[in-house]
Ligand binder design. Structure first.
Ligand SMILES: Cc1cc2nc3c(=O)[nH]c(=O)nc-3n(C[C@H](O)[C@H](O)[C@H](O)COP(=O)(O)OP(=O)(O)OC[C@H]3O[C@@H](n4cnc5c(N)ncnc54)[C@H](O)[C@@H]3O)c2cc1C
Length: 409
């Protein structure tokens, strides 16, 4: 095991930090308060090269790698610990890469350059009202009719709905549907690059709504409803009934970036708790950091954050070896353990970091003005959902360590 940032990655990180300190940090709490990422900010982020980072330049991406995408997402979450802008960014890095790998050329050229420039959105529409963990149990159905497919069903808790439908020129998702019989389970799933909005044009029968979430307000979370929506056959991603496998690759890559968002937000939390513990004086002018009850939990967070960071960048480094450098002998499935471990650890760290921050702040954490709770509610979204629940990470790790045949129910 040997990984470190290249000179290019270090230069990229410095440029991203400088950009975000100017363009994002001053308005992150306003973004959360007003439930709105300014469209100009998304455009500027596109110009800065923060979307479709691993997608080759000839397809409208940045021609970078997953380590750089993780750096970008970590820095964004540090400068906006509500993680709204980080979520928008991570989706627009992981899922466009899957479209690049498996989509047809015409559809790639329609979607990817717009995403790369911050003019388009390409997210994931997998979760359904009956439960998100069981992707093989997808009920949204796509039935072939001539050269098209007719889609019926419902998706819920979908990130980026308002941004895709109202703010950008193009709004689209990796849409997971059932094309085979129910008994075929994961072997009867197909994926589409579904365009919900193109310059204000919305397909007939497609509707959306926005959910009233408790945090991470900057990016919307919504529902997508399909009533006999006709999707031209060219939008099928890869082969029919193979969509589950491509989706698993997408989730595996996206989890590394979810984990990166958690370490960025945790870094912000650690800095704030250190600052507060040093500055708050009690019992005759002693800084509260002089009480081990305050300093030891901070020490624990520093240690957990370092461990999580190593897992995140190890997973990103593995992704680069598999997808960017295409090292012989490595396969996409070799990433599963690393990506699930990074997400499991970083999400736990994020939640623990914000819990510790809130306890260190005391009652001051419970008012909006200190902004601490915005971060707490942001990382909470990753604990309860997002690119696979925590138990699903445990399942993946157990499967890799113990062996699939030994853990099947
Ligand atoms: C803010 C937010 C944004 C989201 N954005 C998106 C998005 O853009 N696109 C999208 O498709 N989805 C999105 N989701 C949904 C998210 O990915 C799901 O929450 C996740 O897949 C889990 O599904 P579920 O919430 O329906 O929980 P369920 O699948 O119902 O699971 C409930 C609980 O049971 C546990 N569980 C389930 N199965 C097992 C098992 N076999 N063994 C042990 N434990 C198990 C889970 O760990 C979980 O704790 C978002 C969620 C949130 C909160």
């Amino acid at each position: 095991m040997h990984f470190e940032f290249s000179e290019d990655q270090k230069i990229f990180r410095e440029a991203v930090r400088e950009f975000l300190a100017k363009e994002l940090q001053p308005l992150w709490d306003k973004i959360d308060e007003e439930h709105w990422i300014p469209t100009e900010l998304i455009h500027k982020m596109g110009e800065q090269g923060l979307f479709a980072i691993p997608v080759p330049e000839e397809y409208g991406g940045q021609g970078g790698d997953f380590t750089s995408a993780a750096i970008a997402v970590e820095e964004i979450a540090y400068h906006d610990p509500s993680v709204a802008v980080a979520v928008f960014t991570l989706l627009n890095n992981a899922w466009p890469y899957i479209l690049y790998l498996y989509g047809n050329e015409e559809v790639k050229s329609e979607i990817l350059p717009l995403v790369g420039r911050g003019r388009g959105f390409f997210g994931i529409a997998s979760t359904e009202p009956h439960g998100g963990s069981d992707v093989a149990g997808t009920r949204t159905r796509a039935v072939k009719k001539g050269d098209s497919y007719v889609v019926n069903g419902e998706k819920i808790f979908i990130s980026g709905v308002r941004e895709a439908m109202k703010q950008l020129e193009l709004g689209s998702w990796y849409l997971i549907t059932r094309t085979g019989p129910d008994e075929a389970k994961h072997k009867g799933i197909s994926a589409f690059a579904f365009i919900g909005n193109k310059n204000g044009e919305v397909p007939e029968g497609f509707e959306y709504s926005i959910l009233n979430t408790i945090g991470r307000h900057g990016i919307s979370t919504g529902m997508l409803t399909f009533k006999d929506v006709e999707v031209p056959g060219k939008y099928l991603i890869g082969e029919e009934n193979r969509g589950f496998y491509y989706a698993m690759e997408g989730f595996t890559l996206a989890r590394i970036l979810v984990a990166a968002a958690n370490i960025g937000a945790s870094r912000w939390a650690l800095e704030r708790m250190v600052e507060w513990a040093r500055g708050r004086e009690l019992f005759g002018g002693r800084p509260i950091s002089s009480f081990q009850g305050v300093s030891f939990p901070i020490a624990e967070i520093a240690m957990e954050l370092e461990a999580a960071r190593l897992l995140v960048y190890e997973a990103a480094w593995m992704a680069d070896r598999i997808y960017i450098k295409k090292e012989p002998g490595l396969k996409p499935k070799d990433l599963s353990f690393y990506s699930a471990s990074a997400k499991l650890k970083a999400v736990k760290t994020g939640f623990k970091a914000f819990e510790t921050l809130m306890v260190t702040y005391g009652a001051n954490s419970y008012v909006k003005e200190t902004n601490v709770a915005r971060g707490f509610l942001g990382v909470l979204s990753y604990l309860v959902g997002a690119e696979g629940a925590q138990n699903i990470m445990r399942y993946i790790i157990a499967r890799e360590v113990i062996g699939r045949e030994y853990i099947k129910g």
